[in-house]
Design a protein around this ligand. Sequence first.
Ligand code: F6P
Length: 547
Amino acid sequence: MSTDITGTDAWQQLQNHFESLSTRNLREIFDEDPKRGSELTVTVGDLYIDYSKHRATRETLSLLTELARASGVEARRDAMFTGEHINTSEDRAVLHTALRNPRDLGLIVDEQNVTVDVHDVLDRMGVFTDKVRSGEWLGATGQRISTVVNIGIGGSDLGPVMVYQALRHYADAGISARFVSNVDPADLVAKLDGLDPATTLFIIASKTFTTLETLTNATAARRWLTAALGDDAVAKHFVAVSTNAERVAEFGIDTANMFGFWDWVGGRYSVGSAIGLSVMAVVGRERFAEFLAGMRAVDEHFLTAPLESNAPVILGMLGALYSNFFGAETRAVLPYSNDLARFAAYLQQLTMESNGKSVRADGSAVSTSTGEIFWGEPGTNGQHAFYQLVHQGTRLIPADFIGFAEPTDDLPTIDGTGSMHDILMSNLFAQTKVLAFGKTADEIAAEGTAADIVPHKVMPGNRPTTTILAPKLTPSVVGQLIALYEHQVFVEGTLWGINPFDQWGVELGKKQALQLEPALTDAEAPDSQGDSSTDALVTWYRRERGR
Ligand code: F6P
């Protein structure tokens, strides 16, 4: 049996403490602990993380640490880093952390030196992307590649697209990237718009090389290319990233142009593997190495920092506090950087595909809620859309704010004297302040507000936030942010006793879609799909399509 964390003394103690904590207000908590703003912070690599604006006293934090310890997080973390098969339902090691091992850090897993394997592939990626970037690799008509199109979905898309956008300032070889994921043909058609087949390189990214969306889009892309340049052009315009050499060869891509990875890299943890090839093609191998080193810096912190000052442990346990005690359902992620526009989408797969589970690793039912719902948009856009509910709504929505000292771009303000980036950042600081401390009825009345309007203007405050700051959005910082969230997922998953590394829930829908497709297209298909709603929907669709 997996341990039911709710049966431990540490859980009981936190439960007892919560009775008084739940009525406490962040104003009071700050009044009685005035240094918390500077002391409840942790620096990891380049990240300065302020967790003082959480509904947690120092006692709460210490009880959370004890709970993390009781969950066995240290032993499990070590088991992950050393390659034990902690993904039990698939009997696999979980070694995305090995993707960022320094070259000299040997790690033997299942009788294989995985660090050597990782660096072999990184070297091959480096050689290949050097050629593409320098123009040594030419398309079939002898022209240089100016666009790479990554075709993949889920973990084979969300990581690269997010990092590409975040690092757009580091594109230095005249190569841009586009990303196609959806089986909706509108995606491919829109992304191919304006591209010249002669200067386009497709990267077909699929761990399994069986994913219908990716193979369908890849086939359509190949038709687009060969219609213009002929069949022989495929060799110069298609490469693959996969663990499945056989399927890659079947598709018609020379396995000499395939970059591999391993079953111990989960899709949503794979951006540091060959899945990042499109990013490397755009920013170069040196920047990609910095990105990996950023991840490694957080790995080392996670491995060595005491639990009390271990950022992923603190943040993961605070996430669990809100989910399991305060009854929060979601966590907002609000980067004050337009270049991180896809960060929330990336985190949705990382966190929700990992921790959206209802049974523990041994198959027994969990006894707590699991899996925070992640969502978000860059600031300040979100402020003019959904922040109203975060500020004055009835739900508790913990939020992570992310900001940078140095802008990736800056422009003068209206009067030409200030910096637009300062406006952006003052919004970030203002939002976390207002969310925490609000504004009382007395304060609003004192401003001369009419009595009947006062209740509408009251800002309840007591809304928790984490603020994550970094000097600049560099490749290393992007890597650090990713690893910070990866390890939070791990801490929460360990607490709940679940396996964050499988995703069986995605499979049935895929199978049903395959089974259902003939009913949409085939006159001979069986009349019923087994339920009246699906039957009515299929009938409507067929009629509209004239079938
Ligand atoms: O969505 C399910 C999933 O299996 C993800 O875990 C994965 O990232 C995605 O599909 C794509 O899989 P593949 O890389 O094998 O095409």
